[in-house]
Write a protein of this length. Structure first.
Length: 203
């Protein structure tokens, strides 16, 4: 199947979070650092804060996550900017691994493709920090990283138009691999093939 994909498609666009690596690996350590910061500032229990952030993220996602946590622990929102700064810039103790199957698949994709892109939504500073702190095993030298928020976040097609213009890619020879409805909608909007990350990694 992978051989067929690389024969049919010459341009691959990958989402980043939960497509190439598990985002929770980054977030859990970020939340741990945030919890330690708050424990130092307010003498609260860092383990309880870390546990709360992980559970709340799992149940409700990232929207208003820190506001909810500060309210729950009766902490001042004056810390909010500092928490966001930690989230976006902290350095993990060790590089974050990709999904194990990606390590096997990615080199073949790179070898047999004209161009391989990683296109990610999200705060640009934070996404660049993730990229810096992922263990790419040198595959990143052959990838083009595009930060959609520098144009307009997916599913808007602005970032694809940028890629198409700069790298002269062909829609019919392009496939998007992602893990979300947003990625699927983006591919549809761009008139390119979409493949779910789970299906992609079964190959």
């Amino acid at each position: 199947m992978m051989k067929l994909l690389t024969q049919k498609y010459k341009f691959f666009i990958f989402d980043l979070d939960d497509t190439l690596y598990p985002e929770i690996s980054y977030l859990s350590e970020a939340y741990y650092n945030i919890a330690l910061y708050l424990e130092e500032k307010e003498s609260v229990n860092s383990k309880e804060i870390h546990k709360y952030l992980l559970a709340k993220f799992k149940d409700d996602g990232r929207k208003s996550l820190f506001d909810s946590m500060l309210s729950n622990f009766k902490l001042s929102n004056i810390f909010l900017e500092d928490l966001l700064h930690i989230l976006r810039t902290f350095k993990p103790k060790k590089k974050i691994d990709l999904f194990s199957k990606i390590y096997k698949i990615l080199p073949a994709i790179i070898k047999n493709s004209n161009k391989v892109f990683v296109l990610t939504n999200g705060n640009v500073i934070q996404q660049k920090n993730k990229v810096r702190n992922i263990n790419w095993r040198f595959n990143d030298k052959h990838l083009v990283f595009i930060y959609a928020n520098e144009h307009k976040k997916k599913p808007a097609i602005d970032s694809f138009n940028f890629i198409k213009k700069k790298y002269n890619i062909n829609n019919e020879l392009t496939i998007m691999v992602g893990d979300s409805v947003t990625d699927k909608t983006f591919a549809d909007n761009c008139n390119i093939r979409f493949m779910c990350a789970d299906d992609f990694m079964k190959n």
